[in-house]
Each structure stands twice: as C-alpha cells, then as structure tokens.
Design a protein around this ligand. Structure first.
Ligand SMILES: [Zn+2]
Length: 327
C-alpha cells in the first residue's frame, strides 16, 4: 500500500487555516472583497514570517461571514482531507470568528459546520469532530467568553477546548479560568505551546491548564527532563512538521525533532495545521517523514493508532476508527 492510500487520523487542523486559496478567492469575488494582497502570483497564500502569517490568516478568514460560508468551507476542507486518506479529523473552531463570541450566533455556525461534516461523512467516509480554541493574542477576557460558548455547546460533536494564536502573548496561567470552565463542561483539553517559545512554555501549559495534549510541543526536545515527563505521563504531541519547517522553527525536515521525540518514548502524532498556507497535505507530510527518517508503513500505522487513541471522540467512534486502521 502506498503512503497516499494509508488511512490517516489528523488531530490538529484549523478550519479557516485549511481553507483552499481558490475557495477563499472565489468567496472574496462573490462578496466583492479585495484580498489580492494576501496571494502570491501563483495563487497561493503569501506571507513573510509567523506574525505576518497570522495577519494573512485573519484577512483570509474575514471573507467567511455567515454559517453558510462555514458550511461551504467545511465541505471544501473535508474533500481535501478525504482525498489525502484522512478517515478521522479534529478541527479547531473559534467562536471569535464564528459569531463574535455570541452563544446564539455560535450555535448557528456550529450547526451549519456539523451538518456539512455529516454530509461529507456520508459521501467520503471521513468523520469530523470540533475543538473550540480561544485566541491567545485576543486576551484572557475574550477567552472567557469563548470558553462559555464552548461549554454551552459541549457534547458528542464539540468535544474539546484549546488555545491557539500568538504564543508570545500572555502566560498560560492567564487562561486558567477558560480552561477550568471548559473542563467542567466535559470538554477535553489541548494547548498550543513549545512552537515559538521554549520547553518552559510546554511545562507551563501542562501545569496551569492541565491539558492532555499539546499542539506542537516540539521544543520540549530542548529539555531532556521535560521529554521524560511527557513520555512518562503519556502527553500526546500534535506535531505538524511541515508547518514548523515552512515557518522556520526548524531549517529543514532532517533537523525536525519528531523522530527524536518518538525515539524517547513520547506519543507523537502527525498533522498539517494550516495545510494550504504551508503547501502541505497529510500525504506530503508522510512522504517527507519517510524521506527524512526512513519511516515506513508500519511506523505510520502505529502513529495513526496513537492518534485514534488520543482523539477527543467517544469510545464507539474510536472503536470504529481503530477498526478501519487495522491492517
Ligand atoms: Zn495550530
């Protein structure tokens, strides 16, 4: 079986960040919005560094205005994921972008996204679950409102809560209230850390927010004691190597620590983060990892099982996914 055909599980995907550039351009045309500044001559997204990327990301996202826009986005994204062999995916959603943190409006967006996901499941056999993220650089007050939206809509589809955005803004502890609120509502927890800040940011997310998964977390490699802690506690790392290389966290694939983290006993998974922004897909991630580290089908099958075990879905759904991963 080729790597392209292997069934895959993806845990770290931002819905707006997965918006194909053609889709965003088409929507901008329909709405007569000029977004030409965010595209390169070849039509792909264009940015200079991580902070400019955040700006381009938020500009692209600004054309997504209605629940129907998000339903169309969900269909476009899941079509791409299913084509890469993804059978189960978790996507980050932000009430900040969907209804401005108003619970009633957020419910309408969520219903539209969920219905589109169910259509894709019936058509392409791909299952989607949602994780609400607050946006770190929007500050703790907005994160509280975001957590309340998440808590109100927690259930069998909206299953997790997390934090994304500029890692340099504030400290994890500033967001503890939001995470406590989400935990009390039964949501499972993840946090972006250890991408732009060092290992101490990973430890701080674990200590202050009591998350079970870390988004990225790769810079934990700089602290051997922390690597031991992650391995012993079974903390799952949502690693997005293509994203890290595209944004310059590491100069190239060989320099990426995913293989060393895995070798040290950490639970690593593989995701694309914001695939069209980083010119990647799950197939491309697999191909590059195979080239860089000699990983073979057995390695990728093991990673997919680790991902399914770490998924924030109910156990019936998990069993169904694991069955489809069985050789
Ligand atoms: Zn991310």
């Amino acid at each position: 079986m080729s790597l392209a055909a292997l069934p895959k599980v993806e845990l770290h995907l931002h819905l707006e960040g997965a918006a194909p550039a053609d889709f965003v351009r088409g929507l901008a045309r329909e709405k007569s919005v000029d977004l030409s500044g965010i595209f390169a001559p070849d039509g792909s997204y264009s940015y200079t560094d991580f902070w400019h990327f955040l700006h381009v990301y938020e500009t692209a996202t600004s054309v997504l205005k209605t629940p129907e826009d998000y339903a169309r986005l969900t269909r476009a994204v899941l079509e791409e994921s299913a084509a890469a062999g993804v059978i189960y995916s978790e996507t980050f959603l932000s009430p900040d972008f969907c209804g401005g943190r108003d619970v009633g409006a957020w419910r309408e967006y969520l219903t539209a996204i969920r219905e589109a996901a169910e259509e894709a499941e019936a058509r392409d056999g791909i299952t989607l679950r949602g994780i609400v993220t607050c946006i770190r650089h929007f500050g703790p007050e907005k994160a509280r409102e975001t957590a309340l939206c998440a808590a109100e809509t927690a259930g069998d589809w909206l299953t997790g809560f997390g934090i994304a955005g500029d890692e340099r803004a504030g400290e994890p502890g500033d967001f503890a209230w939001a995470f406590d609120c989400a935990r009390e509502a039964g949501l499972r927890l993840t946090a972006h850390a250890g991408e732009w800040r060092g290992p101490e940011s990973v430890a701080a997310a674990l200590d202050a927010l009591k998350v079970e998964r870390i988004g990225h977390g790769v810079r934990a490699i700089e602290d051997p004691a922390l690597v031991d802690r992650l391995a012993e506690d079974g903390v799952v790392l949502e690693v997005c190597p293509g994203s890290n290389v595209a944004l310059g966290v590491y100069p190239d694939w060989r320099a990426h620590p995913i293989d060393r983290l895995r070798g040290a006993g950490c639970k690593v998974t593989v995701s694309t983060d914001d695939p069209p922004f980083f010119h990647t897909t799950m197939v491309r991630e697999y191909d590059r990892l195979a080239d860089a580290f000699g990983w073979d089908e057995d390695d990728f099958a093991a990673i997919a099982r680790t991902s399914a075990d770490a998924a924030f879905c109910d156990d019936t759904t998990r069993s169904r996914i694991l069955e489809r991963l069985a050789p």
